[in-house]
Design a protein around this ligand. Sequence first.
Ligand code: DIG
Ligand code: MN
Ligand code: MN
Length: 403
Amino acid sequence: MVYDFHLKFEGEIFMADAYMAKKEDKFSFGLWTVGNIGRDPFGDPTRKPIPPTRIVKNLSRLGAWGINLHDNDLVPIDATPKGRNQIVRDFKKALEDHDMVVPMATTNTFTHPVFRDGGFTSNDPKVRAYGLQKIMRSIDLGAELGAKIYVFWGGREGAECNVAKDPVEAIKRYRDGINYLCRYVRDQKYGMKFALEAKPNEPRADMYFPTTGHYLAFIETLDDPKMVGVNPEVAHEHMAGLNFHHGVAQALESGKLFHIDLNDQRFGRYDQDFRFGSEDYKSAFLLVKLLEEKKYRGPKHFDAHAFRTEDEKGVWHFAEGCMRTYNILKEKVRCFQKDPEIQGILAEIAGQNPEFEKHLGKYSRKKAQALKRIRFDIDGMAKKGLGFERLDQLLTELMLGIR
Ligand code: DIG
Ligand code: MN
Ligand code: MN
């Protein structure tokens, strides 16, 4: 690939070609993603923290559009009101200077030990009350920065000792918390929507609402379900052993895909939050194909971080890689849609037995009686192969770059 020109900063060369991120791609990163300092449960940090204003500048130079944050990614939990306001002023200036927006905000209700047994679902009403206070203040911060999507990831909402908490009571407490905050946002006229993010485990042994499907069911039990959607994350659904783009399809189909956390993850592992598309190219292709074909126009947030092995330059290559891979896969989707052999097979699949469509769809007594009279030759129907091997091989060859 001959690059039109190179983007040079931080002493590094970044690729500036047809796949480089542009603002209209609506790629976003959380402060905590490129700001990840490489600490893990078995090792100390390998990187120094990057100041939020520098994150804003460099992500913008790489073509990113938005920056997301937990309250304490920007404002220390013990900041004074004066200190908080100065930090917010400086951050707002950096956003303006570098043409970046804050599409989404969220609260850190998982780091401080006070949340060791959860926020919303804690057995201690004092902790639940503090959690509501912290989230309201964080929502205020998000609103001040222009965020229109507010994410809830219940990092500590779960259990190790399952007899210590009634799981039904835990669900009721979570619902009370979300209902309360929906009313708060309406009261404040912030015009925000909520996006609930599932994860099956880690840091808790088992987390409540472990998958996006659990949240889709939960949302319908809320006082104000229209205001609440989901924020599925690749890594979290993979941790649960699920097909990610199927879950996203269900969220899209029900109008509940309010946000999405893109990264990558090997099945059966802890939450790896790898660079988007770096592990499972085929799943990433299927996801990009779904989002592009269904015209998802929300933020594309990379909730991921660089390998612990990297220095800051590696962090920027990580960020560049997330966005480039999305755009490269978008190009692969275009090739798939234009490939005559692939499209020929798909047309054949779509065009089977059109005369039977009239028996499907909405019920009527007349249709049911007519359908019950039909004699189906099911052995004859099962004889012809479906040609999926050829189709899947064509996809493989397209992904491997020989089509
Ligand atoms: C982790 O996957 C979670 C938290 O980082 C945050 O609350 C949420 C926002 O995308 N993702
Ligand atoms: Mn994750
Ligand atoms: Mn996430």
